[in-house]
Design a protein around this ligand. Structure first.
Ligand SMILES: *Cc1c(COP(=O)(O)O)cnc(C)c1O
Length: 455
């Protein structure tokens, strides 16, 4: 029997997270105060996040210790398996070797508990009673609900209205772990009421939901906010994925030429790719790391690199990022987790420095890829994950055309068992190919009055 699954023991759960900033040739530019536009220190984040996470946000240290209690909870589903995709290789008739790291084995079904658990842990350490957040596809809300429940913290989730309507079972999942869930924009906050008054039929966006959750945390001392993507500490926590994958590829006697992950704000991409980029930095390897985004929200491939707000009303610090403009509201695609206007600071700097690459796929292509994968490998992927699969398939086809064998590794960052509505729409022919025009992108960028960055 050929070895399909490469597994590690619980003892091999990494003991440290990897901070790529320590190895970056150009460090990320500082965040700026939204009003004064002056660089801000870590203290400015204190109303929203516990001190330990703020420290992690700015730490120059290359390694950060994972608390024992966090590793202990990780062991519920970690280490996650790494698969050789024999079925997909055969279906594509490619000389490429394809592997995938599967993060769908977590209780909530994606990579997100890798960061929700340490975030809830540090909040608990600092006496916090309530955590607010936003969720796009429902993945982050579920992950945070799971983690807060473990530490007996009240969890309140603002869920993008489109997903709230598409994914009622994600909401019930959060309720099961004890969380309160609001459709965003909601009547529960002032910001939500304002947006609803202007545009009662809006399907919502991650940017709007973030504004609601941040507003609640800023206004209450016993309440903090938690973010499931974009920020440095989130990416830091996710590096547990890639560290395991490096060990698993070594166990398989192989090493990827290409590492691929879908891209929303950058956390699962960072999680898988950064530990391989470390090998590029330390050993002079040349592993290509590719981020896959939707053509309907193409900040990496068609956005600009400049300061922008993390939310849609301009409350957060200004961050140096690839962005489509904070007012950008993407088409209502099923990959809710990828409907974010910007990209994380570290990933943006890496892309600007050409240390990573990005590609975009349209809606039809990604569902074709997802169905091909499900029929070849069995697991039904989350719609977000289908973007990474589309890139992996494109690269494997290139190998076939060129008659070369490369080793491809991608992140299957979540299962799609709650996403049957998306697959139903695809099979019914209701998924439309959506490509933004130059004019649409320019119209959004023209609204930006945030500082530009000299290149
Ligand atoms: C949240 C999510 C994403 C997008 O967020 P990243 O921070 O870019 O990883 C992608 N896939 C799944 C399954 C998600 O839950």
């Amino acid at each position: 029997m050929k070895q399909r699954k490469i597994i590690l023991s619980e003892k091999e759960i990494p003991e440290k997270w990897y901070n790529i900033v320590a190895d970056m040739p150009n460090k990320p530019l500082p965040p700026l105060h939204p009003a004064t536009k002056e660089p801000i220190g870590p203290d400015a984040l204190a109303p929203l996040f516990p001190m330990e996470l703020i420290k992690q946000e700015v730490t120059p240290d290359k390694w950060v210790e994972i608390p024992d209690e966090v590793r202990n909870i990780y062991s519920i589903w970690r280490p996650t398996p790494l698969y050789r995709a024999y079925g997909l290789e055969k279906a594509l008739d490619t000389p490429a070797k394809i592997y995938y790291k599967y993060e769908g084995t977590s209780p909530s079904g994606s990579h997100k508990p890798n960061t929700s658990v340490p975030q809830a842990y540090y909040n608990k350490q600092e006496g916090i009673k309530r955590i607010t957040t936003e969720t796009g596809a429902g993945q982050w809300g579920s992950a945070l609900a799971f983690a807060c429940n473990h530490f007996d913290i009240q969890c309140e989730v603002y869920m993008v209205k489109l997903s709230y309507e598409h994914k009622p079972y994600r909401k019930i999942m959060m309720n099961t772990w004890g969380a309160k869930v609001f459709p965003s924009p909601s009547n529960a906050t002032e910001i939500g009421r304002k947006i609803l008054a202007k545009n009662p039929d809006t399907t919502g966006s991650l940017g709007i939901a973030i504004s609601e959750a941040v507003g609640e945390a800023a206004a209450n001392a016993d309440t903090k906010y938690a973010l499931g993507s974009v920020l440095n500490h989130v990416k830091l926590h996710q590096t547990i994925i890639g560290q395991e994958a490096v060990a698993q590829m070594a166990k398989a006697g192989d090493m990827p030429d290409i590492v691929i992950a879908p891209f929303g704000g950058g956390s699962n991409f960072a999680g898988l790719a950064f530990p391989f980029l470390r090998l590029n930095f330390e050993e002079g390897r040349n592993i290509r790391c590719i981020a896959s985004e939707p053509t309907s929200c193409p900040k990496l491939t068609r956005g600009v690199f400049r300061y922008d707000y993390g939310d849609s009303v301009g409350m957060t610090p200004l961050l140096p990022m690839y962005t489509l403009g904070h007012n950008f509201v993407p088409a209502p695609i099923h990959a809710g987790g990828l409907r974010y206007h910007g990209a994380g600071v570290i990933v943006s700097q890496l892309l600007k420095d050409k240390l990573i690459e990005a590609v975009a796929h349209d809606n039809i292509e990604v569902f074709e890829a997802g169905v091909t994968f499900a029929r070849a490998e069995g697991i039904i992927p989350a719609p977000e994950a289908n973007h990474g699969i589309a890139t992996a398939i494109a690269e494997a086809k290139k190998c076939k055309e060129e008659g070369v064998s490369k080793t491809i590794l991608f992140n299957l960052c979540g299962h799609g068992n709650f996403d049957m509505k998306a697959y139903e729409d695809y099979f019914a022919g209701n998924i439309v190919k959506h490509e933004l025009t130059k004019e649409e992108i320019n119209a959004s960028l023209a609204q930006l009055d945030t500082p530009e960055i000299a290149i």
